[in-house]
Design a protein around this ligand. Sequence first.
Ligand code: F6R
Length: 613
Amino acid sequence: MCGIVGYVGAKSAVDVLIGGLKRLEYRGYDSSGLVVAADKALHFVKDTGKVRQLETRVHAAWPQAFRQRVGMGIAHTRWATHGAPTRENAHPHSDQTGRLALVHNGIIENYAALRQQLAAKGHTFVSQTDSEVLIHLIGELYKGNLFEAVCAALKHVEGTYGIAAVSVDHPDQIVAARKGSPLVIGMGENETIIASDVSALISHTRQVIYLDDDDVALLTPAGADIRNIHNVPVSREVAQVDWDVGVAEKGGFEHFMLKEIFEQPDALSNTLRGRLDEQMGTAMLAGLALSPRELAAIRRVVIVACGTSLHAGMVGKYYFEELADLPTEVEQAAEYRYRNPIIHPTDMVVAISQSGETADTLAAIREAKQKGALVVGICNVVGSTIARETGRGVYLHAGPEIGVASTKAFTCQLAVLLMMALKVGRARRLSRQDGLEICAQIKRIPDLVKAVLDRNAAIIKVAERYATAKDFFYIGRGCMYPVALEGALKLKEISYIHAEGYHAAELKHGPIALLDEHAPVMALLNNIAGKEKMISNVQECRARQAPVIGVLSEGDRDTATHVNDALHVPLAPHLSAPIPTAVALQLFAYHVARLRDCPVDQPRNLAKSVTVE
Ligand code: F6R
């Protein structure tokens, strides 16, 4: 997820673009850039880091008189997906002539093939991005009409995009197009603005047009001419925005956390995109960069992580043991780094970190590398320290996570772990048939999550009944045990309710002493192995008057008779069931915290990235 803004009109394009980028920074913030058209040339400024740095550079590069008279430009704040967050990879990108420029959100899936074809025609590239390939393709097809060249190029593109393109020949035009990556046009007076969301343009106009997939728009100060990719005009309604800026940044959601919970079907689709090989029944994880022979030589998996990422790793243990037949240990990263752990050259050490900057996880991989283990990363932030130091691994592509409580990163980590275990398993003893079955299960994950989100209203009702609790217990078995730990973590960190996660069998070894009518229990009772034993544990809780909320598979009426309240999740195979279950628990925690008026996105004492020990 990145931020796009483009402006054509009577104001200073530079001021509008920088202002818009600042509003969009929550969508991506590892590098940014802008291009303006003036004096028969395109002028670029790009930088790594925050938009503030870009602004300083712009002021140093362009005198005020120049900044004030430029009336057209496009800008971008980036969240790296292809290529590290460097100046070269920052947008806008230009074509081979330097006379066209483009900003792009999304992923061009066939960019490698397109890049090869263009290279054969003499194109040279300065970045590792898929976006640069797209503007080169537009340049290759450009015969003086930018709109036509964009349409022609998009016919060759597979993947998703929201783009804005400009040409030095038309300093009063921007061409924008959308497929799968949102774009909205602001219709001002003698000015037109394009942005990836309304927050970037709301201070200029409240009259907007939301582009649909396959729309291509020609923007001039007079307005927008919207057509489809085959140059046929389409009609789109002008809407009136009545949100304030804060709400707009959150896409209409009250908090980033809620927005990120609801983004999960898309985030998971991005994580899975292009990674399942449905011929061979395996996963294609280019970043892993290990041959089947190297994968077959692994003797043990050791997962190191902290917090929510650690819980993802604990679910991953089930995946690696079941699919790849590999003994798997999961270690709190600080414990691992200080324990002088036994590490073999045949170990694969997997570091999981959303931020890629967690100090203990970083130190753990340094220790593992020092002792000769194969080290692999699972990170969300492209180019983060852990991603760079592991050198190989799999990115989540979940988009930036702003809410301090990790949500979409967790479910995307599970999806990556499942694909990783599938890939390693197929290099060992998993059959093609079994691999195909797992692929089919993985493909369904975004829909499973959607089905949980559709039950938000029912989850709110349950949250209302428990929002005043002082203590909470979460219990689960098997791969639902780590999900119970994660559910309890979500609740405690944002609602400040004391919540503990336990293996259900562990209750009677001590914690059951705390149960009474004031201590509700969240029991993960999905229809998977161990459910009967879970029901016995639930009965033990209810015998102590503890109210029980069951997470139940849709339609499981029998189990419903054992609990006081229920959160329903779709029936799912045991390997994918942790994902929809986690989403139900995220929603429950969110609503409880909201009902208690807690600052959901910035819980007390917590930081998004823990870069100290
Ligand atoms: C909880 C949460 C933290 C992080 C932990 C590790 O919601 O977000 O527990 O999971 O600080 O962070 P990363 O994944 O960035 O290494």
